[in-house]
Design a protein around this ligand. Structure first.
Ligand code: GLN
Length: 470
């Protein structure tokens, strides 16, 4: 059993363990396990780690220590730390050194956390298995023939094998929740706007959110409380005022969209496990309401239009001129093409092409505008459902961790596996994935709870209650 952040904090405070020892243990575990799992792309510089340790010690000495002071943490490699390499798991940024700290990094450092390394991911967060990393796949610690999930596969795997108690990932369509589920840990996707995106490499700007991975709901909550907050550097950051519109009283009603869940392609063990979880919640006194979220299955199509469009715009900045890999050609347009061909992997190129297509004149209305209309409709549908239930429950993923190579040549099969996670990003609400058991062969499974905007506290409350049911 891993220690909770509270336990670690008490032990650090009372001198039962030292910060140096905690960091050394992390490094030792990484050395033992990461060669095989490949959760990390690199460690941060010794100077950075040493200065963070010194600061954390001071914080304990002068009584300003927080729950994260002295705690080793790993960041997905699309989050910028000043003076350190950040690749987004892309060749195009192989030697890119960040020139500023992401807001979440600043917050973690102010809290005294020890950022130690960079986690593997699908290139620019595009994928669901970490197989799209330019630097090799991350294996699942529960079964190394299987994927750890993605795109934040490295962040999930390292917490799962005990390398660090906490990590950060990003979630555009499920990239925190799905790997959390595959690796048997907790992962939180926050309300859009509740955690600053400043210093996160943009994938789909209207969908991306940074969020934590940890071993328990309580730990995830602690990290969330530190990284959340209004940020003037992120134009979509929610103001203090708008965050106050929280749910006041709970109904103890959980909505289950059974006809959406029990669909073609869902793994039999996933479905059984989900039903068992729902029964447990029922026995614990919660009312289970079978709900219909009109047109929710359309979220997948909406996602794979809006996200492509945003990807194609966001990735235009990697031009081989301003930063990153450069293949100078005879003309600037040739340089652009050659740098991007050499620097981007197949999935990234596919998405840029499809995004450019859906935004091109003539198709803009047919695809992009229509997707936005359906997106608005889905927001209303979710809002309607939340007048009747506190949270919505679904499995996190329709399948357990799949074999490495199983879906990598079938992008559509990979996209379909996002069916339960993408509606959340389309609507902008928060959701959490919590371990719910294992398959007969020992692969972790997860349940997803979805709350209304700013309903993180509701997720934590329900999440803790669910964990207690065992
Ligand atoms: N699997 C999804 C995709 O490929 C989600 C990615 C993400 O959340 N970053 O787009």
């Amino acid at each position: 059993m891993q220690k909770t952040l509270k336990q670690l904090h008490e032990e650090l405070k009372n001198g039962i363990i030292t910060i140096d020892a905690l960091v050394d243990t992390s490094k030792k575990t990484i050395k033992e396990k990461d060669g095989d799992i490949h959760a990390l792309l690199g460690m941060y510089s010794d100077t950075l780690v040493a200065s963070q340790i010194a600061q954390a010690k001071e914080m304990f000495a002068d009584g300003t220590a927080t729950i994260l002071t002295g705690i080793p943490i790993v960041l997905k490699d699309n989050i910028l730390v000043k003076g350190e390499i950040a690749t987004g798991a892309s060749k195009i940024l192989e030697n890119y050194v960040a020139t500023y700290d992401a807001t979440v990094v600043k917050k973690l450092r102010d809290a005294g956390a020890i950022l130690i390394g960079r986690a593997n991911m699908d290139e620019f967060a595009m994928g669901g298995s970490t197989e799209n990393s330019a630097y090799g796949v991350t294996k699942n610690p529960h079964d190394t023939t299987r994927v750890a999930g993605g795109s934040s596969g490295g962040s999930a795997a390292i917490v799962a094998y005990g390398g660090v108690p906490v990590s950060l990932g990003s979630d555009t369509g499920g990239s925190i929740r799905q790997p959390a589920s595959f690796c048997g840990i907790v992962g939180l996707k926050t309300t859009y706007g509740n955690v600053s995106r400043f210093g996160l490499m943009a994938m789909g700007s209207s969908l991306d959110q940074i969020g934590p991975f940890a071993n328990s709901v309580e730990d995830v909550e602690e990290v969330y409380n530190i990284i959340t907050g209004y940020d003037v550097m992120d134009s979509t950051s929610l103001t203090v005022e708008s965050r106050k519109q929280k749910v006041e009283s709970l109904k103890k009603v959980i909505g289950v969209p059974m006809s959406f869940v029990n669909r073609e392609g869902i793994d039999a063990e996933v479905l059984t496990n989900f039903n068992v979880s729902i029964e447990k919640l029922k026995s614990a006194g919660y009312t289970i309401k079978d709900i219909t979220i009109n047109q929710v299955e359309k979220a997948l199509s909406v996602y794979y239009i809006v996200m492509f469009a945003e990807v194609s715009s966001n990735l235009a900045r990697y031009d081989g001129i301003r930063y990153g890999l450069s293949h100078p050609g005879e003309t600037s347009i040739k340089s652009y093409f050659e740098s991007r061909t050499a620097g981007f992997g197949a999935e990234v190129r596919r998405r840029i092409l499809l995004g450019t297509y859906v935004l091109s004149s003539g198709y803009y209305d047919a695809y992009y505008n229509k997707a936005n209309i359906v997106r608005e409709m889905l927001k209303k549908e979710f809002a309607k459902v939340f007048t009747e239930v506190d949270i919505i429950a679904t499995p996190t993923s329709p399948v357990p961790a799949f074999a490495i190579g199983e879906k990598s040549h079938d992008p559509l099969a990979m996209y379909l596996a996002d069916i339960f996670t993408v509606p959340v990003n389309i609507v902008g609400v928060p959701a959490i994935s919590i371990p719910s058991g294992k398959t007969a062969t020992g692969l972790p499974l997860g349940i997803q709870f979805i709350a209304p905007h700013n309903g993180e506290d509701t997720l934590f409350m329900y999440g803790k209650a669910f964990e207690k049911l065992g």
